[in-house]
Ligand binder design. Structure first.
Ligand code: URA
Length: 200
């Protein structure tokens, strides 16, 4: 169920009319961020997937289940964080009846930055966790190498920024052992990031 503060409600209403790029045309709806309105930690993904597009909520499909498991293992209630995406409409191509995820391009990410910036301003998180390269680039405004940035504390204005893998990276691992390892690393990265939000 969605929990939104008044500023975020207004943003969601405006977001639904967004025509800043063409992605709205093939999407069911825009998917705004969701979670604790003044969360100290914000998680940013790439863009909604097929199930998120239908539900209107971020990270509720397979990648969302990986994220939920990693959060649970880290002892972080999902209800305590704010979860959003760099791009708010589902970009895809049709393959038969299936809608296959397509990476947003630089223009679409740039067009959508307005909404991400607005969410960051409204939630004012102490820590932003960028899940994957698209999120890291959108949050920091420059290309960011994910693997080399894991474990580092970056800055964006007053907020600290941690970069980690996207949950779908875990899903792409074919070997169960590698899946388990990357799921554990994602969880550990989230746990370390949540520590950054604690008072010194
Ligand atoms: N992948 C994302 O980056 N975000 C979602 O909301 C779902 C899948």
């Amino acid at each position: 169920m969605k929990r939104l503060a008044p500023g975020l409600v207004r943003l969601t209403n405006e977001l639904n009319g967004c025509r800043r790029c063409d992605l709205w045309r093939a999407a069911t709806q825009a998917v705004p961020g969701e979670g604790a309105p003044r969360a100290s930690m914000m998680l940013v993904g790439e863009q909604p997937g097929d199930q998120e597009d239908l539900a209107g909520e971020p990270f509720v499909g397979p990648a969302g289940r990986v994220l939920d498991d990693a959060l649970a293992l880290a002892g972080i209630p999902r209800s305590a964080v704010f979860v959003t995406n760099a791009v708010k409409h589902f970009k895809h191509e049709m393959r038969g009846k299936r809608r296959l995820h397509k990476r947003p391009d630089a223009g679409e990410i740039e067009a959508c930055r307005f909404w991400l910036e607005s969410e960051i301003d409204l939630v004012a998180p102490k820590v932003i966790v960028a899940l994957g390269a698209t999120a890291a680039g959108a949050v920091l405004g420059r290309p960011v190498p994910v693997m080399a940035s894991r474990g580092r504390v970056l800055k964006r204005g007053d907020a600290k920024v941690a970069v980690t893998i996207h949950p779908s990276y875990v899903l792409r691992q074919r070997e169960p052992q590698f899946r388990a390892e990357w799921s554990g690393r994602l969880s550990e990265d989230l746990r370390k990031a949540s520590r950054l939000a604690e008072p010194c």
